[in-house]
Design a protein around this ligand. Structure first.
Ligand SMILES: NC(=O)c1ccc[n+]([C@@H]2O[C@H](COP(=O)([O-])OP(=O)(O)OC[C@H]3O[C@@H](n4cnc5c(N)ncnc54)[C@H](OP(=O)(O)O)[C@@H]3O)[C@@H](O)[C@H]2O)c1
Length: 431
């Protein structure tokens, strides 16, 4: 499959700034802001009833996955998803951030609840409808939504309109790029839950831009409200002696991934010392600028283990792998297996388990199943963006709208856009 032609991929310089849209709206964006909103804002709509758009706008274009190992197909007359539950919002999608799972799911046949299905995990868009009860959000806000609830097809990103819960949507400041914002959601959720829940790091101690103490929020939850398969992980760091504290080392293997870059920044804000394993020649500048305390090149994994063990005196207790089982197995060797070392694998863990190490997977669904956790996380993300304490990933913008996604995913899969996020633009008018 051919890579995207250069003419339809562009770099970060072309993304839309929200304040630009608002100051100098083009005819198209003027249309977007007025017509779209008035189509869906209906005073009589209640949360428990599906919305009834007042105009003929009730069908939309979506990208459907019709079979495993198939390309996505564009469908022109799919129903616009309905707001069904308390706290849900309707969003007009303006930009879609692509994640590796968007091609891995179909290619390896996982994470697809049924067929045909709509995929897509990261979006940014315009809020068209808000809950009747009080909400942080209002119609006309521009938000980013990490769509971790992939079992709910209404919330998928590969469509023109998506439903979200208000506690999973973060408002994008006017000075921040909508497209770059569309690229950060799932990476932020994974990084914050890994550090804050699995390792128990207290973000509320950060002076510059305090975040939530997630274990404290979890403590208030009814245990039965936490899904069975993540319950153990959610309580993993409840003993104070196991919690990751300011000043400690944490190693990140795969630090140049989007998730790694966000984890590095959150860890540095919290006062940790961070070891980054990555292609140092390619990504070293960015990692050092983001605060890496030690940069270890990934080309010789055994040497990388020796360096990390040497620098930490063999006492490392916390490590996150963001690449896969093999690198997680390497990373495991850097830890002190005295029973108090923690290894989190975002993509896989070693096959053999060492009884001296505690293993973790990120409890990603906590974000959409626990409103208190989701709300605290998106409020912190809003603060991080507003205070510019979080640098967003560099992006490559893919044109072509929903039709461009198959090709953009091939580019992502090929690895040729290393260290950048591909973001698909839906704000430009369809051809
Ligand atoms: N479990 C979850 O809920 C969850 C959530 C988020 C992400 N994930 C997973 O985490 C992984 C990363 O996701 P992402 O979106 O952050 O990725 P991404 O931004 O697409 O990551 C691409 C980067 O991976 C680096 N990389 C590739 N092979 C590597 C290796 N052997 N060692 C070190 N770095 C390597 C590449 O660097 P080079 O330039 O050096 O090749 C490239 O910069 C994916 O597998 C994703 O599915 C899981």
């Amino acid at each position: 499959m051919a890579l995207l032609a250069p003419s339809i991929m562009s770099t970060t310089s072309t993304y839309i700034q929200l304040d630009e849209l608002q100051k100098t709206p083009t005819t198209f964006h003027h249309g977007l802001y007025t017509e779209s909103i008035s189509d869906f804002t209906n005073d009589t709509t209640s949360e428990s009833e599906p919305p009834s758009p007042r105009s003929e706008v009730s069908r939309q274009r979506v990208l459907l996955l019709k079979g495993a190992r198939e390309q996505y197909s564009l469908v022109n007359d799919h129903a616009i998803p309905s707001v069904l539950h308390q706290g849900e919002i309707l969003v007009k999608v303006l930009a879609i951030g692509l994640n590796p799972i968007d091609w891995k799911g179909p290619a390896f046949n996982f994470g697809i609840p049924s067929l045909p299905w709509i995929n897509g995990r990261d979006l940014a868009g315009l809020v068209l409808q808000v809950p009747k009860r009080s909400s942080r959000l209002k119609v006309g806000d521009v938000v980013l939504v990490p769509s971790t609830d992939y079992r709910d097809i209404r919330k998928a990103a590969f469509q023109e309109y998506a439903v979200a819960t208000d506690f999973n949507a973060a408002r994008i400041p006017a000075s921040t790029s909508i497209h770059a914002s569309a690229s950060v959601g799932v990476a932020y959720v994974a990084a914050a839950l890994a550090l804050g829940v699995s390792f128990g790091l207290d973000f509320s101690l950060i002076k510059k831009v305090p975040g939530p103490n997630l274990p404290d929020i979890i403590k208030q939850l009814n245990t039965n409200d936490i899904p069975d398969d993540i319950r153990e992980e959610c309580f993993a760091s409840f003993q104070d002696s196991e919690k990751l504290q300011q000043g400690e080392w944490v190693a990140i293997w795969g630090a140049s991934t989007t998730t790694g870059l966000i984890a590095l920044q959150l860890a540095k804000l919290a006062g940790l010392r961070v070891i980054c394993v990555a292609d140092a020649a390619r990504h070293g500048t960015k990692l050092v600028q983001s605060g890496a305390d030690l940069l270890v090149d990934r080309q010789d994994p055994d040497r990388a283990v020796e360096i990390i063990r040497g620098v930490t005196g063999g006492k490392l207790r916390y490590a996150i792998d963001i690449v896969g089982k093999d690198t997680a197995t390497q990373l495991e060797k850097t830890l002190n297996p005295d029973g108090h070392a923690h290894l989190l694998g975002l993509t896989g863990l070693p096959k053999e388990r060492n009884p001296g190490i505690q293993y973790h997977t990120v409890p990603i669904k906590l974000f959409h199943t626990a409103p208190g956790v989701g709300e605290a996380m998106v409020c912190w993300l809003e603060d991080l963006l507003h205070s510019t304490n979080l640098t967003l990933p560099e992006i490559v913008r893919a044109e072509g709208g929903l039709e461009g996604i198959n090709s953009a995913l091939e580019t992502l899969r090929s690895g040729s856009v290393s260290g950048k996020r591909i973001v698909v633009d839906l704000a430009s008018p369809s051809p």
